[in-house]
Design a protein around this ligand. Sequence first.
Ligand SMILES: CC(C)(COP(=O)(O)OP(=O)(O)OC[C@H]1O[C@@H](n2cnc3c(N)ncnc32)[C@H](O)[C@@H]1OP(=O)(O)O)[C@@H](O)C(=O)NCCC(=O)NCCSC(=O)CC(=O)O
Length: 311
Amino acid sequence: MPVAILCSGQGHQNSAMFSLTESAPEADELFAYCANLLGGVDPRELVKRESIETLHSNRTGQILCTLQALATFETFKSYLPSQIIVAGYSVGEVAAWGIAGLFSPKETLDLVARRAEIMDAESTPGDGLLFIRGLSRNAVDILCTRYGAAISIINPGDAFVVGGGRPALDAIAEAARAANAQRIAFIQVMVASHTNLLNKAADDFRDVLLAAVCSPQSPGVRLISGIDGTTVVDTRAGLAKLARQVSQTVLWSECLRSCVEAGATSFLEFGPGKALSEMVASSYPDVPSRSVDEFSSIAGVVNWIGSHGSP
Ligand SMILES: CC(C)(COP(=O)(O)OP(=O)(O)OC[C@H]1O[C@@H](n2cnc3c(N)ncnc32)[C@H](O)[C@@H]1OP(=O)(O)O)[C@@H](O)C(=O)NCCC(=O)NCCSC(=O)CC(=O)O
């Protein structure tokens, strides 16, 4: 009974994001290592003392989200079934490669810090992401073309994330409202991820990835590629896609479909937040899905895994 692990993207960093893992001995080394990437401050302290804006700055946000996924995996990996599927949403895809064993946890954190720095170097203040639900793909494409933005992520159920500069996103939000979109929300992400504004960043990140130390994939793990929802079978081709996702649309609805077609009998989101597990609940109501963020104890997660993903 494979469990599909979903690694969250940026947008829901918060002061309590490490409340389950902060005392887990399995994750302690990772927190200590991460402090080196965060100006010497332990991330468990940092999330409590820094402003919400700082937690959502691009580099800090990418590192915190990746740490959350890796720390959660270290804490719960001995309870997971022998077969898992792993998919990452946006920056979560880098963490997914770490969970699949292709990068060590420390290498994964170093890579995500470089990814963020490279993206920041190609970004303009005001760049960001806008969520729109309730318009067709065609209607969103027309708005993007008209105002100079692009679809960053395709979620299930006529839900899209659009990326671009702030003036373009403001104009699209207004036009989407006029077109009676059901939900329009700015996401707390400071880069126009997965759009052609980051073409150069994708090229630069490819060079970083190809120079990284990559190990064979862990047995029993199926890793899903974000830009097309296919299973990674060839590491070099997969790395090229991991780089391209920086400037290319993420087909998240395809990723979820692939997980289900590969036999996922439950989904566990590693957080922060529960947006991905809620998307699963809407699209695949018969498949149990939860986020680790919804549990108040390690034992609660272990019990859930035990009843939804036996070996
Ligand atoms: C943007 C969001 C906050 C929007 O979520 P919301 O819940 O507010 O909005 P929603 O439209 O999904 O849901 C609103 C209500 O509508 C319901 N609802 C959802 N889909 C529906 C459908 N198809 N039909 C009818 N109702 C529906 C929901 O259950 C919910 O009900 P009810 O109100 O009853 O609950 C969320 O999608 C989110 O957190 N996404 C993750 C953040 C993200 O996209 N990050 C980008 C990462 S980029 C990144 O990481 C950059 C990088 O580094 O590369």
